[in-house]
Design a protein around this ligand. Structure first.
Ligand SMILES: [Zn+2]
Length: 150
């Protein structure tokens, strides 16, 4: 197997407990290039091909890869360069909040529900889950640190 982009939310802790390889991105037993949870993580080959697929699923690796960014602007630039669209969601005490968009099609289509002007109860449960999965809440600090919700 080779690198597979994560399209939906996947629980990395659940994967860690499974016997499904040492690499979260190819599920093979390979030397770990960057440990993400315990001693499991991502292998070098997957790291070379890595593309962000779902900000919540990829959060450990994104946090690791943005360690060297030193300001809010640098972190935002890094995310944009890696193909992530950010919708600003507020600013308070030096912390910028964003919705990082995982699935632009769903996010745009159900924008009324996401911004709260329409009721989530108007869609079925499966659609509701898809809507919740279409973005991930993140916070970016002045010093470039990032906190990704899940
Ligand atoms: Zn791998």
């Amino acid at each position: 197997m080779q690198f597979r982009k994560k399209k939906t939310y996947e629980d990395i802790y659940k994967w860690r407990r499974s016997q499904n390889g040492t690499c979260f991105y190819c599920y093979e037993d390979k030397a770990v290039a960057i440990p993400l949870v315990g001693n499991k993580g991502i292998c070098q080959e997957c790291l070379d091909h890595f593309r962000i697929g779902h900000v919540g699923t990829d959060r450990h690796l994104i946090t690791h890869l943005t360690k060297s960014t030193r300001s809010h602007d640098e972190t935002v630039l890094w995310l944009r360069k890696h193909g992530i669209k950010l919708a600003p969601a507020g600013y308070k005490d030096g912390v910028h909040s964003y919705m990082a968009i995982n699935n632009p099609g769903i996010f745009d289509h159900y924008h009324d529900i996401i911004d709260g002007s329409a009721d989530l109860n108007t869609v079925d449960k499966k659609t509701a889950l898809k809507i919740m999965d279409s973005y991930t809440d993140i916070e970016i600090f002045k010093d470039g640190d990032i906190r990704i919700s899940y």
